[in-house]
Ligand binder design. Structure first.
Ligand code: NAP
Length: 304
């Protein structure tokens, strides 16, 4: 099957690109490997998307999908297994077949960073989680911990504090990276206990998480903290190993692309969190989607 624009990723960047591409009158296909919405679905509440006072991440993801589906955009749940981006047409192959396109927009987002300490991998899914909104309900009335100091960790702490008896927020420094408004809300919650200057040395437990071994980095003191669950929210990292040799990546592994979203490969655009950029937000991902789609539509067809 052949399209004007093939979009890899169904998060805010990819779905916004689909919206703009479809409205520009070109043919478009979105391939999403897991679930549409991207990192947004991990966010309990979005309160900084212009024009929307408050919405859950899941509802925003569904609204984005519904908007493009109503326009007739095809979204397929398929994972790109191999890519040929330096040819004309470009070819993307999944387990179900091959797709050709004049242009490709890579909007595959990022993945969650892991702690890398003993016990984490072994107990993943057995008390170690990377998504509080998905797994929080399993820990009703229990004592849990969150690791991280960014907006995700702060939002997750507030979300879990509504259902867990006590939430321990563990951060490696003495100041949060996340926004002041969230940090203030966290400080006001009586059942959130702050552990500053503290790192997780080990996740404890045989078949399920029973606790954490913590180290206070300033004093060197270690202690065990009994918890039934630990939510890791220490940031995001690129997931672009499959693109090596196809487009230029920066040292950290993000796709080299500027505000015009053009990559080193002609006809290939990068939109959203996957590209080199300083601000990774839903609104900047959506903006990239629009820019990339109009750039790609100009290449692929006639913009109406
Ligand atoms: P982030 O902002 O990169 O924060 C990651 C946090 O984890 C930092 O506090 C960092 O510590 C800590 N960290 C990193 N590596 C660590 C390690 N190996 N061990 C222990 N701690 C570690 O990530 P995020 O909170 O997931 O947010 C990602 C992006 O999404 C950000 O741009 C954020 O603003 C955005 N976001 C926005 C909202 C919102 O606006 N409502 C909600 C969620 C996410 P340091 O501070 O010491 O570096």
């Amino acid at each position: 099957m052949s399209y004007d624009i093939l979009i890899l990723g169904g998060g805010p960047a990819g779905l916004t690109a689909a919206l703009y591409a479809k409205r520009a009158g070109v043919s478009v296909l979105v391939l999403e490997k897991t679930i549409y919405g991207g990192q947004v679905i991990n966010t309990p509440t979005v309160e900084n998307y212009p024009g929307i006072h408050t919405i859950t991440g899941v509802d925003l993801a569904m609204a984005l999908h519904e908007q493009v589906a109503k326009l007739g955009v095809e979204v397929r749940m398929e994972e790109p297994l191999s890519l040929q981006l330096d040819t004309d047409p470009k070819v993307v192959t999944t387990a179900r077949g091959s797709y050709e396109a004049k242009t490709v927009i890579i909007a595959n987002g990022v993945k969650r960073r892991q702690l890398g300490c003993p016990g984490e991998e072994r107990l993943a899914g057995r008390g170690v989680s990377y998504c509080a909104t998905c797994d929080g309900a399993f820990f009703q009335g229990m004592e849990t911990a969150i690791v991280g100091g960014g907006n995700t960790a702060l939002e997750d702490a507030l979300f879990l504090a509504n259902q867990c008896s006590t939430v321990h927020l563990i951060h490696r420094r003495d100041a949060f990276r996340g926004s002041a408004i969230l940090a203030e809300a966290v400080a006001k919650r009586e059942n959130i206990v702050l552990h500053y200057d503290t790192v997780v040395e080990e996740v404890l437990g045989e078949d399920k998480v029973t606790g954490l071994r913590l180290k206070q980095v300033k004093t060197g003191e270690t202690k065990e903290l009994p918890v039934a669950g630990v939510f890791v929210a220490i940031g995001l990292m690129p997931d672009n190993a499959f693109l090596a040799g196809q487009v230029e990546l920066d040292k950290a592994g993000y796709i080299q692309a500027g505000e015009d979203c053009r990559t080193s490969q002609p006809g290939v655009y990068a939109a959203g969190d996957t590209r080199t950029k300083t601000v990774r937000q839903i609104v900047t991902a959506a903006a990239d989607g629009a820019v990339a789609a109009l750039g790609a539509a100009g290449v692929a067809g006639t913009v109406k």
